[in-house]
Design a binder for this molecule. Sequence first.
Ligand SMILES: Nc1ncnc2c1ncn2[C@@H]1O[C@H](COP(=O)(O)OP(=O)(O)OP(=O)(O)O)[C@@H](O)[C@H]1O
Ligand SMILES: [Mg+2]
Length: 426
Amino acid sequence: MSKYIYGIDFGTTNSALAILNTETNNLVKLFTIPSLLFFPDSINPKEPIVPTVGHEAISLYVQNRMRGRFMKSIKKVLPNKSFIDTRIGSKSYRAEDLVALILVHLKKIADEFVGENVKTAVIGRPVVFDENPEKDALAQERLSKAAQIAGFEEFYFQMEPIGAAFTYERQIENQQLVLVADFGGGTSDFSLMKLNPDAINQADRTADMLAQGGIYIGGDSFDSDIMWHKGTPHFGRGVKEEFTPGKPIDLPLSYFYSICSWEKMNFLDSLRMKLSIAKSYQYSGKDYRVKNLQTLIEQNLGYELFKQIEKVKINLTKSDNAIFEFNESEISINEPLSIQEFSKEIIEKNVDKIEQYLQEFLDKNQIKNNEVDVVFMTGGTSMVRPLNNIFIQRFGSEKIKSGDNFNSVAMGLAYSYRVLVEAETS
Ligand SMILES: Nc1ncnc2c1ncn2[C@@H]1O[C@H](COP(=O)(O)OP(=O)(O)OP(=O)(O)O)[C@@H](O)[C@H]1O
Ligand SMILES: [Mg+2]
């Protein structure tokens, strides 16, 4: 058996793989890729379409001038019961097949690095894939199938925030009660753990893992919030259509809900919906904003648009003002956004929901703010200021610690291998 195992954090936005040498219990390498797939349109329908993954998916998508199927946030498909499969060219892909493409890609890079076919992995999962237990179980089952398709024979699941806790434990010198808060693209996960540097090599850590919890809100939700408030008015929200003269009505809200989430945008790319939008264009008096909506769908500009939205969000972590700019095929958006508006009007509801959840989580586990020694914040979304401020106000800035926001989980998943093996054999 190989001395290496992989810790794999399959994330909504980014996926990471950490290689652990089990003999020394140290990491030897780490790889991170965006969790993206691109299937270029086929030139010859008889030839199979070759999917591309990660960074290559982005470059090919740009090279192909966005013609083809570009897939983002695939993790969100896992708990979706109504997703059976999707047909691309002559092949249909189930949820596990799509996820397996990412796992195969990561495994290949890592196998090439160690020069072996490593078949053992610790795979992360959010605390909550879905609030409905049946859907949650389905998600893990699909992830499990994906791991098998990718060639893993022995694999364990570990909660993502527990992974992050194991990484943080390597940075401390004394025992601490730590609240791990992992804010990703799809979910916000919490874990309460007793960490102790002397326990790093201890196999049974069950007593130290005090509580886990999570909520299905993440960075993608904030992007959708920005799109709703600052983007949709440019695509016809607020425009009226007049089928019966003298009786103008609002355009269907379903258009705008769909363009606010990346996964739903494809829904508008059907003949029926395209006809409906074309009709709205006519009956709105050929309003340029409805034309923008047509262009967005027909030219497949969703990814580009959301990239600009993400940029605004990221800029607001560093400065108090940012501009949402998008100029593509006659669509022209130039919307200034201040940190105040972002915090108070745009993402406030979702941030409040996260805070409420945090309060419930602490109450349920009978933990008071002052009993928490350290809050270890990780994940890309932990940098969003209004979210970060909640923790500063509640626990004090001296208790807030952070590390590598994008790799802490994968590293800790690998470190937790021993604990999982022990739990299985004892
Ligand atoms: N500097 C930044 N400021 C604010 N948000 C950021 C920053 N950098 C990245 N993000 C956001 O962080 C999210 C990705 O974080 P991360 O890679 O931790 O998520 P993930 O692990 O893929 O998702 P999940 O754990 O929910 O499955 C995205 O929503 C991205 O827009
Ligand atoms: Mg994550």
